[in-house]
Write a protein that binds this ligand. Structure first.
Ligand code: ZN
Length: 319
């Protein structure tokens, strides 16, 4: 077997030489010289397998299991001279009862996300699918790591260094650059397609949408003035966002957005979600699309920094 040699000399002793192999999609993260082969790494002093893995450019959040000399180990395992290490991504191969990292391979029950500043288009698409997705362009790396830890949110980023922080225990390194492909990547790798609840969140602020009654003081004073008369004549169902006060109804872009949702789900392996997603997930189209939301006529909203009212943006598609 061909061997690559990465020399990582540490001060101290004793000498420790190990071989390490990155399986599956982890290989994407290696330079060409490290692919499809065991890599020999020589170092000195005690070193955990987690430290070794991350020093080779693979964030710990990408790892679903590690075997050393054919036995599953924890991240804290201290390497010994002559060890042979196999690193697995979060994948079916790592789903065995004796893997101490097995919990990393289980689909998240209620996945929520925090996206870094470069992934705002992905954030809006995840909101379209109903996922709790936090995003603020003012958050720096430390903020993102804090929020991910405190709120138990999955940190989505293309920055490996950010995912290597100790605080970050839930994260996903996004490989794709196209936002449409990124959505598929998140659904497929985290196996969360069953959690999709389209059109239940505000794309702008992440608020949970609520149905709006077509009568009463709230409708007369707040909503009605912002719905074009022509729309009121044919549309009898509206939703609004309690957080930013935008109002939603089924507009001309609704069919396009349904098409987007079906496309995201249909691109998963085997196309098993190709059918209308509501049928698969809820069993009734009207359960998942109880009223036809979309699309937006902005209401004046309070600017949180100034307290002044300002017009919201008109959304036409996820971004
Ligand atoms: Zn909102």
């Amino acid at each position: 077997m061909e061997h690559g040699v990465w020399r990582m000399e540490h001060n101290g002793s004793p000498h420790c030489g190990v071989e390490i192999f990155f399986n599956g999609e982890l290989e994407d993260l290696l330079p060409e010289t490290g692919k499809e082969k065991y890599i020999t790494v020589e170092s000195r002093g005690k070193r955990s397998v987690k430290d070794l893995v991350q020093s080779m450019g693979v964030p710990h959040t990408e790892v679903g299991g590690i075997r050393v000399n054919d036995a599953w180990v924890e991240f804290s395992y201290l390497l010994r001279d002559g060890d042979r290490v196999d690193v697995f991504p979060i994948s079916p191969r790592a789903k065995t009862a004796d893997n101490p990292l097995l919990h990393r391979c289980e689909p998240f029950k209620n996945p929520g996300f925090v996206c870094d500043v470069h992934l705002w288009k992905l954030a809006r698409r995840l909101r379209l699918l109903g996922f709790d997705t936090r995003f603020n362009p003012g958050w720096d790396d430390a903020d993102l790591a804090d929020i991910s830890q405190k709120e138990r949110l999955i940190l989505l980023t293309r920055d490996r260094g950010l995912l290597m922080r100790n605080k970050v225990t839930r994260g996903l390194l996004i490989r794709k650059t196209d936002p449409e492909k990124q959505v598929e990547e998140v659904l497929r790798r985290l196996e969360i397609d069953k959690n999709v609840r389209p059109f239940t969140r505000c794309l702008v602020c992440n608020g949970i949408l609520e149905p709006a009654a077509l009568e009463g003081e709230f409708f007369e004073k707040k909503l009605k003035a912002h719905i074009p008369p022509g729309v009121l004549e044919w549309c009898k169902e509206y939703h609004f966002c309690p957080s930013c006060e935008k109002v939603f109804w089924k507009g001309s872009h609704y069919e396009k957005l349904i098409g987007l949702v079906e496309k995201y789900l249909g691109e998963l392996e085997g196309g098993r979600q190709c059918q209308p997603p509501c049928v698969r997930f809820v069993g009734n189209w009207h359960c998942l699309f109880p009223t036809f939301i979309l699309f937006i006529q902005p209401l004046p909203v309070l600017n949180p920094s100034t307290g002044n009212r300002e017009a919201g943006r008109t959304l036409r598609n996820p971004g």
